[in-house]
Design a protein around this ligand. Structure first.
Ligand SMILES: [Zn+2]
Length: 372
């Protein structure tokens, strides 16, 4: 039996105490050396009226949101959008458990983005098309990652300028730029966000991945990219923005999912070099796999890259609106997270997933949005 302790009596509970309203809000259990809480505690804290457990799958439901998770996995679905947790979902007696780290670094900032501290209206969006010059990144018969990433970035830039943002690019032409140089460039701009744009490559894999830097003490989730180091789990500059990073990543990820029928590989935490030492909120998006025959061909179409660009731009604006929402009272009910409605059960094996037919372009459903 794990020891069950009240939060107030534990040392080092900085994660949960930051979001707790009082010392009785969370009951913490030690599991595998980490702090965990029960999903019934999560349901209570976030006021989910419905809480069900069916064969190791927990579902928390309210009229607007659904959180689902399955014991033994490191996956969490918030309104159908997939997140990789920092520690596994566990089972203990009568309840499923989630780590305090995952509450504070994923659930809380995604559910209540307007409560994230030190939010500013975005003035400048720094776009970072991956690779360049002699570094082509991944490639397929239709082209290279460096060119596709630049085209997506140009589309994002156009949309954001239209929406009134200042936009800076880490590279404008086909130039080789060091990772440190990209970071140093972005760090010059106050009230900015940084978005690094890439494409994946790995066998026949498909889908969308979005990354925020891994929090202190957390190893990277699986990644195919070369520019990440998984071993180091010490604090880095980017960790000062953990909550903003995940909210930004989730907003962009959900926006792209809502606009394009693309497989959801999840929002993840990883120590990409361009995310580690950045001072402003930052995300890295992998907009599909060049190595997949079908997806690779799709990425080669200007229409796909335009849709991705528009969706990323929309996601950035959704994030900006969500973290800066200041309604009267800022109550839980007013800080709404509207991710796309979940489309498939978490119990369905991933291998059974068949991407839906591309649908006509519609207004993207708002991903993370504060207020009505
Ligand atoms: Zn890349």
């Amino acid at each position: 039996m794990p020891s069950q302790l009240r939060i107030g009596s534990l040392i080092g509970l900085t994660f949960l105490s930051a979001i707790a309203l009082g010392s009785d809000d969370w009951t913490v259990l030690k599991q595998q050396g980490h702090d965990y809480v029960t999903f019934s505690n999560v349901a209570h804290f976030y006021q989910f009226p419905e809480y069900t457990r069916v064969s190791h799958t927990v579902s928390l439901r309210s009229d607007r949101r659904v959180i689902r998770a399955q014991t033994g996995t490191s996956e969490l679905y918030i309104n159908g959008v997939r997140f990789f947790t920092d520690f596994p979902i566990l089972s203990s007696g009568n309840d499923e458990l989630i780590s305090a780290m995952d509450i504070s670094k994923i659930i809380e900032p995604v559910m209540r983005p307007n409560r994230i501290k030190n939010s500013h209206k975005i003035e400048t969006v720094v776009l970072d098309p991956g690779h360049g010059g002699t570094d082509n990144g991944a490639s397929n018969r239709w082209g290279s990652e460096k060119s596709f990433a630049m085209d997506v970035a140009s589309n994002v830039r156009r949309e954001l300028i239209k929406a009134g943002y200042k936009v800076e690019m880490t590279r404008m032409g086909d130039k080789a730029i060091g990772l440190e140089e990209r970071v140093n460039f972005a760090n010059r701009f106050p009230n900015a966000v940084f978005i690094s744009i890439h494409f994946n490559s790995s066998g026949s894999a498909e889908g969308l991945e979005t990354y925020a830097v891994a929090p202190q003490g957390v190893a990277s989730n699986m990644t195919n990219e070369k520019h990440a180091s998984s071993g180091n789990t010490t604090w880095c500059q980017g960790n000062a923005q953990d909550e903003h990073n995940i909210a930004l990543s989730a907003a962009i990820h959900a926006s792209v999912l809502s606009r394009l029928s693309i497989f959801d590989r999840g929002v993840k935490h990883a120590r990409f070099h361009v995310l580690r030492n950045i001072k402003v909120p930052a995300a890295l998006i992998e907009c599909g796999f060049l190595s997949s025959a079908a997806e690779g061909q799709r990425i080669a179409t200007a229409q796909y890259r335009q849709q991705v660009g528009m969706a990323i731009a929309q996601g950035i604006q959704n994030y900006d609106a969500a973290v800066n929402f200041r309604g009267t009272g800022q109550t839980f009910a007013q800080a709404k997270t509207r991710l796309p409605a979940h489309s498939r059960p978490i119990t369905e094996p991933l291998s059974a997933y068949v991407p839906p037919e591309p649908t006509h372009v519609d207004q993207p459903s708002i991903s993370i949005s504060a207020g009505e």
